[in-house]
Design a protein around this ligand. Structure first.
Ligand code: NAD
Length: 433
């Protein structure tokens, strides 16, 4: 099929590439000229494992191209995907500015039947709203709108798309249903067909549920610390029950990223507008906001509240491993708080340092974790990168000034840390002293 994807961020670029990989002809469009020029050369704007190879392969196979010219790109397209950002406004509501601009542009140019699909995460009712904009701009209704929300995870986005567990397709016509079902056939996945509003809601409900699991286990972790239980064992014991499942039960410093904080707040806002007080999700957000500061409390506790002049090595800046995405990363809040106390923070992240400098004003970074930990009074882990899981703790002890490890991701065993003679504070487990 002929596909046009508008917006070449994490979602648009990955979806576009994967649609070309399964045999479609895809043009990816963005207003960012620099990004498009780079992509034409096979230079990828984001860090995502496996993405570069697939982009280059499909450009060479002439199945994938990039453009800033929407008019030409959509001319032969049968299906147009809208995959632009929907960032949060101050009040938590999703900002539909970019979606509106794209819908207006599509409407101005639309002259034959196409299916226009929202892949961006948008509030319930947006599909119908887009339909109205396009009808007004084009002066006709020879098109269908649909919703096909995205569930990929940054860091494994290609794998997640090529092996998607389900595709949600919200439609209001047989033709749109037929075309979108056909497009997804090669993925050999479960297809959930619904009306547009339901599809839009599925995305928010799924993300709010995952966020709830994280905040739930973090609250359990906080109680574990008070009563002397170990949250990692609690999670294991809970997760082996199929009704609960193991996923998303790792206690830590809470969720970040461009989706969970934004989507939980947007859902709270959707509920409010509909006259409903979404209590659970409000608490989930509240718990998450506080959870990241527990690591700050633990660093202070290790030094009797005096961080002045202490050299702190922060390992990990991205909101999770395998991504350079810094949006709403816990490090953005934690590092300035440590600096305010007079600590000298030296940070290292395998790929997110460039983006981190844009988010954290007085950030000092170094090119390797070894440089960061040299003579450090404490090592603080904020992201569970594989590189940190494999830290040689004996060598580490030899290069730091004090063997103090504050672990926001529960990466090491308490027994090992005890044996090695570390002061080791983690989340939801006893502190080894
Ligand atoms: P992003 O910010 O990485 O990318 C958005 C892109 O859209 C940018 O390249 C921007 O230049 C482009 N753009 C903006 N206005 C445009 C216009 N008028 N014409 C063409 N291009 C335009 O965003 P993202 O992370 O890919 O997220 C996109 C949507 O997908 C959001 O609604 C998000 O909530 C949702 N989503 C994201 C993820 C994720 O993990 N990032 C997962 C599932 C769903």
């Amino acid at each position: 099929m002929n596909i046009c994807v508008i917006g070449t961020g994490y979602v648009g670029l990955v979806s576009g590439v994967c649609f070309s990989e399964i045999g479609n002809k895809v043009t990816c469009v963005d207003i960012d000229e620099n990004k498009i020029n780079n992509l034409k050369e096979g230079i990828i704007p984001i860090y995502e494992p496996g993405l570069e190879e697939l982009v280059v392969k499909n450009i060479e196979a002439k199945k994938l191209s990039f453009s800033t010219d929407l008019n030409t790109a959509m001319e032969n397209a049968e299906i147009i995907f809208i995959a632009v950002g929907t960032p949060p406004k101050e009040n938590g509501e999703a900002d539909l500015r970019f979606v509106e601009a794209v819908a207006t542009s599509i409407g101005k140019k639309l002259n034959n039947y196409k299916v226009i699909v929202t892949k961006s995460t948008v509030p319930v009712g947006t599909g119908k709203w887009i339909k109205g904009i396009i009808e007004k701009e084009s002066g006709h209704n020879n098109f269908d709108v649909a919703s096909n929300p995205e569930f990929l995870r940054e860091g494994s986005a290609i794998f997640d798309t090529m092996n998607m567990e389900r595709a949600v397709i919200g439609v209001e016509s047989e033709k749109a249903k037929e075309w979108l079902t056909k497009l997804h056939e090669p993925f050999k996945t479960n297809i959930v067909i619904s009306d547009i509003e339901t599809a839009e809601m599925i995305k928010y409900a799924a993300n709010a549920f995952l966020a709830t699991k994280i905040s739930f286990i973090n609250e359990i972790a906080n109680i574990c610390e008070l009563v002397g239980a170990d949250v990692t064992k609690v999670a294991e014991g809970m997760g082996l029950d199929n009704r609960i499942g193991q996923a998303f039960l790792a206690a830590g410093i809470g969720y970040g990223g461009s989706c969970f904080p934004k989507d939980t707040n947007a859902l709270i806002n959707i509920a409010e507008k509909a006259g409903y007080n979404l209590k659970i999700v409000k608490d989930v957000e509240d718990v998450n906001k506080n959870q990241r500061f527990r690591i700050y409390d633990k660093v202070k506790e290790a030094f009797n509240s005096d961080l002045n002049g202490k050299k702190l090595a922060v390992l990990g800046l991205a909101f999770k491993p395998n991504t350079d995405d810094m949006r709403a990363a816990p490090s953005i809040d934690i590092i300035p708080k440590l600096q305010e106390e007079g600590a000298l923070v030296l940070a290292y992240d395998p790929v997110a340092m460039k983006n981190a400098h844009k988010e954290i004003p007085n950030l000092q970074t170094v090119e390797s974790y070894i440089e960061a930990v040299q003579d450090a009074d404490a090592v603080i882990i904020l992201t569970d990168w594989e590189e940190f899981k494999n830290l040689d703790l004996i060598t580490l002890k030899g290069v730091v000034k004090q063997p103090v490890l504050i672990d926001g991701r529960n990466m090491f065993s308490l027994d090992d840390m005890e044996e090695l003679g570390y002061y080791y504070a983690s989340i939801g487990r006893k502190t080894v002293k």
